[in-house]
Design a binder for this molecule. Sequence first.
Ligand code: SF4
Length: 336
Amino acid sequence: MTAVIERTSGGYVGVVPDEAWREEVRRLARERDAVLLAHNYQIPEIQDIADFTGDSLALSRIAATSDASTIVFCGVHFMAETAKILSPDKTVLIPDARAGCSLADSIDADQLRAWKAEHPGAVVVSYVNTTAEVKAETDICCTSSNAVEVVQSIPADQEVLFLPDMFLGAHVRRVTGRENLHIWAGECHVHAGINGAELAERAAENPDADLFIHPECGCATSALYLAGAGAVPADRVKILSTGGMLDEARETKSRSVLVATEIGMLHQLRKAAPGVDFRAVNERASCRYMKMITPAALLRCLRDGADEVHVDPAIAARARGAVQRMVEIGQPGGGE
Ligand code: SF4
């Protein structure tokens, strides 16, 4: 397959995801002894060519147990880093290393060290959407599925620093009722863009729909408020990680579901439950970083073995401890 791949600021372009592309991708993956992993927020063509599609933690676990010597992680950079932390001996590739994350970028290791200095003795709990350096400064990582249990596992009189997502932090504080939980004011630009007013409007237009809400969404608080105020029946509001959404999709008795998270999630939900009408609360909730993993980027990655993800072994060793403690507590599910 001959293709002229062009590097643009929005990603690599120049390839049509047709049958020739699919064959070439599969052939190159075999040649490299690579397993292809795709996050739920990837474009449908990337999700469909992948060996496995899922949320960040589930994919990292698959990466660690796979026999393949190379992992191609179609997702954003911190996810590929987590795979490298858990599989230090494997080659980890990301099709475009520029695919970052506004949430992970909202705190760096220096800022975390300064925050820790202000609260000596506090336990640091970080959501998985963080860089390897921040994980290395963390006591326990968490996912949106086990964030509450992780915080409950810490003695009640000990201060907790929760980062980086303020919406997930607010959710944890509300459920645990914990006053000594300090929350970093970070947010994901995509999830923060899904707001309560929009959710209330969509819920009123679709009175029979279930509401699937990711706790990082700006609307998670409003969803619980709406339920509390009787605007929507409480049993219709489900606060779920992306992995939890797929489980719930297979179980739901509702014919229609409003989904508050990144729109790439709709593809897997529709595949999991074809009889259900899944609609986005905000159709513009698309992560430009996730969408940098284009068909051209994947082809280039497999052809050139780029971009390779490296994590300093000393940082990886410290970060691994925090990630492993996360896996031991409750039902870690899958995070984003
Ligand atoms: S959707 Fe938000 S949290 Fe997820 S990768 Fe994109 S910027 Fe980061």
